[in-house]
Design a protein around this ligand. Structure first.
Ligand code: HPA
Ligand SMILES: [Zn+2]
Length: 341
């Protein structure tokens, strides 16, 4: 098993489901709080980390939005993103497609320009330093109104050349994708590809809506598709990727135990399954940690691991030439690993 873990860690991979605000480690949260003269309601880093014990998605989101309150200027967003990309480089990530939640920050008076500018500066640095390519996805908060999402899209208009796609996140139940039909139609008119969180806590019907109403090209989470065989068949036939986040699903009690997770079954069923970290600072690990936990709990094979790494690139928004290059890199690292066995 340790050999398979070494293979998974060494393979070039992409991360396609990462909320940059969810990469805020307690150490940086305290550093930024001190910088801005803000008092966090926790004595120290250990006390904050100890609070990361969630019952469901909402109990996590309450802490996640509170934590994001320390992000106030472009340098904060730069420091946050830079720290994530250092972890990404260590995990052999070669490409990242990351979400940011502008509404969490603009409603506190942080200018859109500072949010995007700070994140992008770190992305460009990591591209130069580590060769990590990127896409930036603006995500709408589904617990807020569609009018609020439309206003956010309008506010982002001067920066649309810096935004590669749009997503939908936050509290799922009671906020179906259909609530956002018009804003996503506008996004598509602007040429922005769409992804959406669906079927994490919400029912399979929300995945159908994300596909049919929002015209999502990828589903974030999507694990509840298993409850609807027709939906699973569609995801397989149309090769619509699912960005699965195993440690997140256990932390938020979507699954009581990783051993019960359906990702291996879906992968063997021919779906384009990818492994991602979601909110790594809160859920106990980055991409390699997710691979390691899955190898241990689900007894993933060598073939499974290589397929998951390949899927991370095929499901990405990279162009075909870049995908081909990265898939060849996977083959090279895999061959090297086989020789060493
Ligand atoms: O896992 C998630 N689900 C929904 N919204 C989120 N915002 C950050 N992480 C998540
Ligand atoms: Zn997510």
């Amino acid at each position: 098993m340790s050999d398979l873990i070494a293979l998974a860690c060494a393979l070039p991979k992409a991360e396609l489901h990462l909320h940059i605000e969810g990469s805020l480690e307690p150490e940086l949260a305290f550093e930024l709080a001190a910088k801005h003269g803000v008092t966090l309601p926790y004595a120290d880093v250990e006390a904050l980390r100890a609070a990361y014990d969630f019952n469901d998605l909402q109990s996590f989101l309450d802490l996640y939005y509170a934590g994001a309150g320390v992000l106030r200027d472009a340098d904060d967003f730069h420091a946050l993103t830079r720290a994530y990309l250092q972890r990404a480089a260590a995990d052999h990530l070669r490409h990242v497609e990351i979400f940011f939640d502008p509404q969490t920050h603009t409603e506190r008076g942080v200018p859109m320009e500072d949010i995007i500018g700070g994140i992008r500066r770190a992305l460009l640095e990591a591209e130069a330093e580590h060769g990590i390519t990127f896409r930036l996805i603006m995500s709408f908060l589904r617990h807020l109104s569609e009018a609020d999402a439309i206003a956010t899209l309008e506010a982002a208009k001067p920066f649309l050349h810096r935004i590669d796609g749009v997503g939908l996140d936050s509290s799922e139940n009671g906020h179906p994708p259909s609530k956002f039909e018009r804003v996503f139609a506008l996004c598509r008119e602007y040429g922005l590809p769409v992804v959406a969180h669906a079927g994490e806590e919400g029912p399979p019907a929300y995945i159908w809506e994300a596909l049919d109403i929002l015209q999502a090209r990828r589903i974030d989470h999507g694990v509840r598709c298993s409850e609807d065989p027709k939906l699973v068949e569609r995801l397989r036939a149309e090769q619509i990727p699912l960005t699965v986040c195993p440690l997140s699903n256990v932390k938020l009690k979507v699954y009581p135990d990783l051993a019960e997770h359906n990702l291996k079954g879906l992968l063997h069923g021919g779906l384009v399954i990818t492994i991602n970290s979601d909110d790594p600072a809160y859920f106990g690990g980055y991409v390699n940690d997710n691979f390691i936990a899955c190898i241990k709990a689900l007894d993933l094979s060598e073939t499974d691991i290589v397929q998951l790494a390949r899927n991370s690139f095929t499901a990405s928004w990279l162009d075909d030439a870049a995908k081909a290059r990265l898939l060849a890199e996977i083959d090279a690292v895999h061959a090297q690993w086989q020789t060493a066995q």
